[in-house]
Write a protein that binds this ligand. Structure first.
Ligand SMILES: [Zn+2]
Length: 133
């Protein structure tokens, strides 16, 4: 286990894991924080996510993570992955959804980080969006 964690930390340091590594990271996070209940069929980087940090397709369980997340700290990437994994269990952003994400201790911190990043990356005057996916 310690060996596996060390390996994950190495990957985290590189911060641009491959699609395969994204999938194993998502599986690791699902096991650790969601009791393994969320089982993605695929996880990959996508450059066409618009303002969203990630998205998922409930029909086939696939998850896409915006390439804008590349270069962000590992704990932020973990949050984005967990956010989409949680959507495989619960659609929408109601209290039940956020309850699921309480298992991850850095959820609030990561949301703040992404809000700031979103502000910094936005064009001045662009309408703000409360869409978080
Ligand atoms: Zn969402």
């Amino acid at each position: 286990m310690a060996k596996m964690l060390a390996r994950l930390e190495d990957k985290e340091r590189r911060r641009k894991p491959s699609d395969d590594e994204l999938l194993s990271r998502a599986e690791f996070l699902s096991d650790k924080y969601l009791g393994g209940r969320a089982v993605p069929s695929s996880v990959r980087w996508a450059s066409n996510q618009g303002r969203r940090w990630g998205s998922c397709t409930l029909l086939d369980g696939s998850i896409r993570i915006s390439t804008r997340v590349q270069g962000m700290p590992g704990w932020v990437l973990d949050y984005v992955l967990l956010h989409e994994l949680a959507h495989l269990l619960h659609a929408g952003h109601g209290p039940t959804f956020w309850k699921i994400l309480e298992a991850y201790p850095k959820t609030e911190r990561a949301r703040g980080f992404l809000e700031g990043a979103s502000y910094a990356q936005d064009d001045v005057g662009a309408p703000t969006s409360d869409e978080e996916d």
